[in-house]
Design a protein around this ligand. Sequence first.
Ligand SMILES: [Zn+2]
Ligand SMILES: [Zn+2]
Ligand SMILES: [Zn+2]
Length: 135
Amino acid sequence: MTSEETLEQFNLRKTKIRIAVLDSLSQSAVAQSYSTMQNALHEFDRITLYRTLLTLTEYGLIHKAYEENGESFYARCFGCTGQLHNHEHLHLKCSSCGGVECVEISDQLKSSLAQLPFQEINISAKGACKACASA
Ligand SMILES: [Zn+2]
Ligand SMILES: [Zn+2]
Ligand SMILES: [Zn+2]
């Protein structure tokens, strides 16, 4: 599905910046930091970018994958809705390239997590991302 089709499906206006943000997150294997996106999308102003990230998060299209030193990393969501961000994966911060990767967890771990009364879950780990591990 293209970014335009995705926005249509969620009844969101197809603004240039929304398409640009979704395109860049869909193409990337790792989550992107706010400043990386800001550099890549410098034709848009910061406030517009910030608001776009909020809106797309609200609608379940992207999620904040990681936060470090005030820097947020965002990744594309698949199968989330505005009401429910349904992620059962962990976020691996790569110590080599600095990227953040969404990593699926085992069913075993999922079912033990399901016993816990959490409202929101964010598991993070440090190591090497797929690209760096295979390099
Ligand atoms: Zn999500
Ligand atoms: Zn890496
Ligand atoms: Zn993620």
